[in-house]
Design a protein around this ligand. Structure first.
Ligand code: HEC
Length: 99
């Protein structure tokens, strides 16, 4: 009886470990300042690959964010966080990065 109880508990633990609650919001991006912000703001409407397949200069990333807000109805992001996002994107997905 006692043994059975333990097995049940183990199964429950294993089950929850395989499908963690945060699985859906897993931030599958290179680690760095701005990573979290991109995952917070940019996956509301589309998946990450639409972003990570791009190779854009900092100026064009800035324009993409303007475009998201003006034409795609993205809520405006606070200036400091916005700068963080653009730096992050230009660093990891800049024109000189290999695909
Ligand atoms: C409110 C919804 C929304 C949010 C939030 C949003 N986007 Fe978009 N985004 C769109 C839509 C809609 C498209 C497709 C537009 C089209 O191709 O006509 C798109 C397309 C894109 C593209 C593809 C452009 C291309 O040339 O195909 C990039 C890059 C992009 N978004 C980046 C971002 C980034 C970075 C963020 C976060 C800062 C973001 N988006 C947040 C709605 C959104």
């Amino acid at each position: 009886m006692k043994f059975r109880y333990k097995v049940t508990v183990l199964c429950l633990l294993a089950g929850s470990a395989m499908t963690p609650v945060w699985a859906e919001t897993e931030c599958n991006l290179p680690t760095g300042l701005g990573q979290e912000a991109v995952c917070t703001y940019c996956v509301a409407c589309h998946s990450l690959p639409i972003i990570t397949q791009q190779r854009l200069s900092k100026r064009v990333w800035d324009e993409v964010l303007v475009w998201m807000v003006d034409e795609q109805a993205m809520p405006k992001i606070a200036t400091d966080e916005r700068a963080l996002i653009i730096d992050y994107l230009a660093n990891w997905f800049g024109i000189d990065k290999p695909r």
